[in-house]
Design a protein around this ligand. Sequence first.
Ligand code: GTP
Ligand code: MG
Length: 211
Amino acid sequence: MAEFVKSAEFVMSNSDIAYLPKPTLPEYAFIGRSNVGKSSLINSLCNNKKLAKTSSKPGKTQLINHFLIDKEWFLVDLPGYGYTRTSVSSKQHWQNFSRRYLRSRESLMCIFLLIDSRHKPQEVDLLFMEWIGTNGLPFVIVFTKADKLKEVELEQNIENYCQELLQSWEELPQIFRTSSVNKQGNEEILQFVKETNKLFEVPKGKNQVRF
Ligand code: GTP
Ligand code: MG
């Protein structure tokens, strides 16, 4: 059956992980370099161009933003990393803040690591993936902006990316091809979320909250 989002609401923005919503629903975080298309993909999945703020200038998303989808799960828009013009102190801040969130969030089911399908593997992404692996966090790779490439170029780039990953990873993560312009990949992502939601258990000591 075709998957689509029936309701999507902005819940809150946070600069401190102490104030996040209670971890009583399954949660998925979108992460990747600045400008890779995190906010755009969230809007495309939710059929709402105004839900997450997007910009052609990198560094638009600065806080951890929670969106409640179908009153069943959270989608989280995180600030991008690797924006070269960001100051050292704010890069440090990103590292501490986002990594602390990713490592400690009990209800985090999967990290969606977004990679711009047009580019060669970038060190900052590979290092981040290594960090994810070291911390034993589940993740999938989402190649973005597929509409900007011809099909053969897209497949070639993904193949090259996978070859690079196989230099250091024994197994490849699940891979999605997406475009926020023509909605390629949306159904696959929503299907994946639906299946993964079935595995969610409310963390001990927390009551399930219905929104
Ligand atoms: P930060 O919040 O700065 O980390 O960026 P982000 O990853 O949230 O990127 P955002 O969604 O704001 O998109 C950045 C730019 O890429 C915008 O100009 C978008 O219109 C464009 N863009 C995003 N996704 C796609 C896509 O699938 N196809 C095309 N052609 N452009 C896209
Ligand atoms: Mg953004």
